[in-house]
Design a protein around this ligand. Structure first.
Ligand code: ASP
Ligand code: MG
Length: 429
């Protein structure tokens, strides 16, 4: 049994859907297969805007939702020029639910509304893909992932309730797989016990695929991407990156922790626990070897570079100038947890404590408001966090050209540097 995950880039238009169908029939043949799909292209970002507008202007929010609907109908018309009323009806129902949330669900918290609306992206992409696969002669059953993945009610970051989820997946999917049907479902979304929709965090579809792989004891999980595999750096940002043929689970966990975007950070653990190999392959060159992530092996790795933009350094200094002590740190970390601020790097001096975090101004402002009686707080915005695993000293100067280093740390195999662009003042000749 295999689990395939297709991200938004692979299904961004009608050709993408046809290509994915080709991969499923070529590589999933003669296999029990579960397919997990994300929203098409940048739909999730567009739905995020719909949510933003709901709180400012409901009509604009509804208008944007209609634009998304029309875009998807356009793709459906390209795939099925002869028309498909069933599919259009299914899509219509998902959009009607979204409209209802926007119009009728007043005074609900932002994160709750977000999940009830943003889930539409995955629901309709999976409806379209299911229709196309069935039309192409494959035997596919569509499942609503909200009946499979049960979470708590942490909206936008649902924590999976493993026992219930495991039971639901096995009970519903095993009989269908035994009938030789392909199971198709959505990534990223789940449900609370009260049947409210939750999401698992941006890019969470990989995680969904890993949960399903774990529950079903898959022989392998495959993530189909627009890159040939896991690379030693983002090819949009760095020259001379190469593909890693093999990675251990623990190296993959480190890389995703430091911000490598190829795989969602929560993906590896459920696979490692059941020793399920993960293949990262290209949907453009599906025959390419890709990257195999599997049981810990002692590998020699080349340097791997990860750049996270949009960072900020926050400096806390107790107003009474007391030494930074354990109780300060405990208090601050409680607040990071409360506002769900992930600390990427930290450092303290006698009377100040600095952390590098993702620059999310609204969350940071809330935090500042809560601590400003006790601490003087300074924020340096617009920073980048460069992480190099298995670094070589010789490569560092080039990476730091025209940068100002704000904070630097080396631990064994990892070098981390918080930096900003140097002002472009040039000498006059
Ligand atoms: N569609 C969601 C996102 O863009 C989930 C995913 O793609 O994994 O974040
Ligand atoms: Mg995506």
């Amino acid at each position: 049994m295999k689990v395939f995950k297709f991200g938004g880039a692979s299904v961004k238009n009608a050709d993408g859907i046809r290509n994915v169908a080709g991969i499923i029939s070529d590589f999933g043949k003669d296999e029990k297969l579960v397919v997990v799909v994300s929203a098409m292209g940048k739909t999730t970002n567009e739905l995020e805007e719909v949510v933003e507008w709901k709180f400012k202007d409901i009509n604009e929010s509804l208008r944007l939702l209609k634009v998304i609907h029309a875009k998807h109908l356009d793709i459906v018309n390209q795939l099925f020029p002869e028309g498909t009323s069933d599919l259009q009806q299914q899509m219509h129902e998902h959009f009607v639910e979204g409209e209802w949330v926007i119009e009728e669900q007043r005074d609900m918290p932002y994160d709750y509304v977000y999940d009830q609306v943003v889930c539409i992206g995955e629901l309709i992409s999976s409806r379209i893909l299911a229709a196309w696969l069935n039309h192409s002669g494959m035997n596919v059953r569509w499942f609503d992932a909200r009946n499979l993945i049960l979470t708590d009610d942490t909206y936008r970051d649902g924590r999976v309730l493993w026992n219930e989820t495991d039971a639901k997946i096995r009970e519903q999917l095993i009989p269908v797989l035994n009938e030789k049907k392909i199971v198709l479902t959505q990534g990223f979304i789940g449900s609370t016990k009260e049947n409210n929709t939750t999401t698992l965090g941006r890019e969470g579809s990989d995680y969904t695929a890993a949960i399903l792989s774990n529950a079903l004891n898959a022989d392998g999980m495959y993530i189909w991407k627009d890159v040939p595999g896991v690379l030693t750096g983002d090819p949009d940002l760095f020259f001379n990156v190469t593909k890693l043929d093999r990675l251990s689970y623990s190296e993959a966990i480190e890389m995703t922790y430091y911000g490598c975007k190829v795989i969602h950070p929560k993906t590896i653990q459920p696979l490692k626990n059941k020793n399920i190999p993960l293949f990262v392959k290209s949907f453009i060159e599906p025959k390419g070897e890709g990257t195999l992530i599997s049981d810990d092996i002692d590998l020699e790795y080349p340097p791997i570079v990860i750049l996270e933009k949009g960072q900020a350094l926050i400096h806390f200094t107790p107003k009474d100038l007391s030494f930074i002590a354990e109780h300060h740190l405990a208090h601050l970390f409680d607040l990071f947890e409360k506002y769900r601020i992930k600390v990427n790097m930290m450092r303290n001096t006698a009377i100040s404590f600095s952390v590098c975090v993702r620059n999310e101004p609204s969350r940071l402002q809330e935090l500042v408001r809560e601590v400003e009686k006790q601490y003087k707080v300074l924020i340096d915005p617009d920073l980048e966090l460069l992480t190099i695993r298995h670094y070589l000293d010789a490569m560092i100067p080039k990476l730091l050209e025209e940068k100002i280093v704000m904070l630097e740390e080396r631990i064994r195999k990892t070098l981390q540097i918080v930096m900003k662009s140097a002002p472009a003042i040039l000498p006059k000749k």
